[in-house]
Design a binder for this molecule. Structure first.
Ligand code: B12
Ligand code: SF4
Length: 393
């Protein structure tokens, strides 16, 4: 079991907890797939009456692998896209399981028609996340992403927004949950890829966050938007308690940044990464930056990224957090893993990233890129520099 503080705990799994359920649905990302398969094998063996469903990003991008699982491991239903409609069909008996896995693919739903999620208190009580010590819940305003990073599956998915009424209601329900659980302070984290996009949208979100009295909030944004809109983007955020933003700063190497193609053919400059951090920090907003090392990189690329990481880490933040502590920027660094469904995965297969080859038919358990101490599952059989040199960097 992985926990928030990145320590691990092993505990005996009491499979009897499954016995009372008619349907077990699993939301699975690729590195979790091996565990999900094991769990499903156990259910198939001990509780064959249970209907099993796999959804999430793994069956979306590795559908063929999930469809060809041996019978002992196979799921009754595979849901590669939206889960709301298919789960309703399964739970209401509109569609019954057969001996073979059934793929239920639903692309028809308009997210603007969905109500806010139910957030039962018993579930919210188990939520274990905070922003600067303030209890925080997560929400999203959209699925998909308008950007096109070649290492990311979302780079190929269009943005689909939820309705403003849904976001308003969700913020209100979460505020009530905080209050009912006697939280003195309350926080919210927008965990979507369209966090702080333009002044108008940020002002709207900031208004709602303020209306429901959140102490602090956190969201993602993009370096070139911070540079373009400056205080018009970040002041409404900071004035309503925003203290930290997440930004994909990817790399300090311009050569690698060009290859990533972050902005759909338009160039993004490393210089903008430096500027964005400075602008945010001067406005009293700390940056949580995400960076990666890429398998084609040479010593100069590594030096460029190290220089950027050092600069971000050292840049002073002009403000204090909710607990009165001086704030610092954070940098999250790891080695890129190309998942199926990304542009880089396809480019590697076609030999378009010279000097890079992947292990064929890879075990999904090795497909992770943010292990302890920035470790990764290492899916490569050939890279420009040896693995040890990338890990050391
Ligand atoms: C939030 C998030 C996280 C959070 C999760 C917090 C939490 N407690 O849930 C954190 C930060 C922990 C996280 C970690 C990781 N993540 Co993440 N994460 C996301 C993110 C940004 C949003 C996911 C989300 O909740 N979306 C909202 C829901 C409503 O949408 P959805 O997930 O797409 O689900 C829809 C369908 O898939 C389906 N569905 C989903 N589950 C189920 C289940 C059933 C039964 C059914 C029927 C349907 C169904 O219905 C939903 C509605 O349409 C996505 C990127 C993205 N924008 O989607 C990456 C993403 C899912 N993560 C990814 C990865 C790789 C990871 C990590 C492995 C990174 C790492 N460390 O190496 C870790 C894995 C952690 C682990 N324990 O194993 C990849 C997955 C790629 C893949 N092939 O699986 C994604 C796609 C990002 C990316 N492009 O790289 N992640
Ligand atoms: S890495 Fe972030 S910005 Fe880039 S495509 Fe993926 S979700 Fe969008």
């Amino acid at each position: 079991m992985r926990t928030g503080d990145r320590t691990g705990q092993d505990a005996v799994f009491d499979h009897a907890i499954l016995a009372d359920y008619n349907i077990v649905g699993m939301s699975v990302m690729s590195p979790q797939a091996s565990d999900a398969y094991l769990l499903n094998q156990l259910i198939n063996e001990l509780y064959p009456q249970i209907t099993t469903v796999i959804g999430g990003s793994h069956p979306r991008y590795y559908q063929d692998q999930v469809k060809t699982l041996p019978e002992s491991v196979a799921f009754d239903f595979i849901v590669p896209q939206d889960g709301w409609g298919p789960m309703h069909q399964i739970a209401s008996g509109q569609i019954c399981k057969t001996k073979k896995s059934i793929v239920l693919s639903d692309n028809s739903l308009k997210l603007t028609e969905l109500p806010a999620p139910s957030r039962p208190l018993a579930l919210m009580e188990r939520y274990n996340f905070d922003i600067a010590g303030v209890p925080a819940y997560h929400t999203i305003t959209a699925l998909g992403c308008p950007f096109t990073c070649n290492f990311c599956e979302s780079g190929r998915e269009n943005v689909r927004k939820f309705s403003e009424a849904m976001i308003d209601r969700d913020l209100s329900v979460m505020a009530d949950a905080h209050q009912n659980l006697a939280h003195q302070k309350k926080a919210v984290m927008f965990f979507d890829d369209v966090g702080l996009m333009n002044p108008k949208q940020v002002a709207g979100l900031a208004g709602l966050v303020h209306q429901y009295n959140y102490t602090t909030w956190r969201a993602f944004t993009h370096a070139y938007l911070v540079v373009r809109f400056k205080e018009r983007l970040l002041t409404p955020f900071a004035e309503t308690g925003g203290r930290r933003i997440g930004m994909g700063l990817e790399t300090g190497s311009q050569r690698s940044l060009d290859l990533i193609n972050k902005r759909n053919g338009k160039r993004q400059l490393v210089e903008e990464h430096y500027q964005a951090v400075k602008i945010a920090n001067d406005l009293g907003v700390a940056v949580d930056a995400f960076t990666m090392i890429y398998p084609w990189e040479d010593e100069q690329d590594l030096r460029d990224t190290t220089a950027m990481v050092e600069q971000i880490a050292q840049n002073p933040v002009n403000g204090i957090d909710e607990n009165g502590r001086p704030m610092k920027n954070h940098v999250d660094s790891t080695i890129m893993t190309p998942f199926q469904g990304t542009q880089f995965f396809d480019m590697i297969l076609l030999g378009k990233l010279p000097g890079v080859e992947m292990v064929p038919e890879i075990d999904p358990g090795t497909l992770y890129y943010k292990g302890n101490h920035g470790g990764s599952g290492w899916p490569y059989q050939k890279t420009r520099l040896p693995k040890e040199q990338y890990e050391e960097a």
